[in-house]
Design a protein around this ligand. Structure first.
Ligand code: SAM
Length: 287
């Protein structure tokens, strides 16, 4: 399928290119912000799993120029963006926390967001497990980085145990909401948890810098072990963004004319997974 037909298929993909966003995911953060006013009074932000960088673009365009520090982290190199400090790192690695804290001069963050998704293997259980680990790492970083009252926004895939996740999160935050932006396909289990009002547990001190490891202020194993109904919680689920806006699942046919001209990507992938395969093929190692 050519890029022209994809332009026609997915209006958010097309609009992202027209408006200069590196990925269609930009609309998800914009729609979450329009519902939750995420960026109000924010000056230190961590964008986890940020490549190619459309959330970081939204942050850099939304926050006051010069007075905000935005640190964006990904396994992949992120092409430079104005007002954004990029860090190529694994969010599951303990050294990543220390490196982010250094960039903030030891000051806490106002908001930590994560749009993390692993490369899918197609093995459902394994993919679900890796996604869960990624979310846990993002939450661990958030609890070590956030100021009291801070916010955590992360992508989740609503599965069997999502109510347990809500109950664990509500021990750490005043308010937990599950939100589905209009630009996220209704056919996908993807949604976002928006956690407001971080409340560090009594006596909790992030010990990461002294111990060289990341700590969670909760023993999540023990909160899930009992698995009783009492421990399950239901978070409010809301749709956000203009509901009369484009349907992310629908196919739109662009009228012939300017709108039908194919547009180049705003930022080509810096280290696409297929690069190694192509090199191997070129060198005759792969057939
Ligand atoms: N929010 C991004 C944007 O708007 O451009 C899109 C993020 S993309 C859906 C998911 C990202 O998660 C990928 O770039 C991937 O490299 C990153 N990722 C997956 N596992 C990671 C890990 N362990 N540490 C850091 N980044 C990771």
């Amino acid at each position: 399928m050519g890029k022209c037909s994809k332009d026609k298929r997915d209006l958010y993909y097309r609009k992202a290119k027209e408006q200069g966003w590196r990925a269609r995911s930009a609309f998800k953060l914009l729609q979450l912000d329009s519902e939750f006013q995420l960026f109000e009074g924010v000056s230190r932000v961590v964008d986890l799993c940020a490549a190619p960088g459309s959330w970081s673009q939204v942050l850099s365009r939304s926050l006051p120029e010069g007075s905000a520090t935005i640190v964006s982290v990904d396994l992949q190199p992120i092409a430079p963006l104005p007002g954004v400090i990029t860090l190529q790192a694994d969010i599951t690695h303990p050294a990543t926390l220390t490196n982010i804290l250094k960039l903030f001069g030891g000051e806490p963050a106002d908001i930590v967001c994560s749009d993390g998704a692993p490369d899918v293997t197609g093995l459902h259980d394994l993919d679900e497990y890796i996604q869960g680990e990624l979310l846990l790492s993002a939450l661990t970083l958030a609890t070590n980085l956030l100021r009291p009252g801070g916010k955590f926004v992360a992508k989740i895939f609503r599965g069997r145990d999502v109510d347990l996740l809500y109950s664990q999160l509500s021990l750490l935050f005043d308010k937990v909401t599950c939100a589905k932006p209009r630009s996220s396909r209704a056919s996908s289990l993807e949604s976002f948890i928006v956690c407001e009002g971080y409340k560090p547990r009594h006596g909790w001190l992030p010990e990461s810098l002294t111990l060289g490891k990341m700590n969670l202020p909760l023993d999540l194993e023990s909160t899930t072990a009992g698995n009783t109904d009492r421990e399950r919680a239901i978070a409010p689920f809301i749709a956000c963004g203009d509901l009369s806006d484009f349907d992310a699942d629908a196919t739109y046919q662009i009228e012939k004319g300017v709108g039908s001209i194919s547009l180049e990507p705003i930022q080509k992938p810096t280290a696409p997974p297929y690069k190694t395969a192509l090199e191997k093929k070129r060198n005759g190692i792969l057939r």
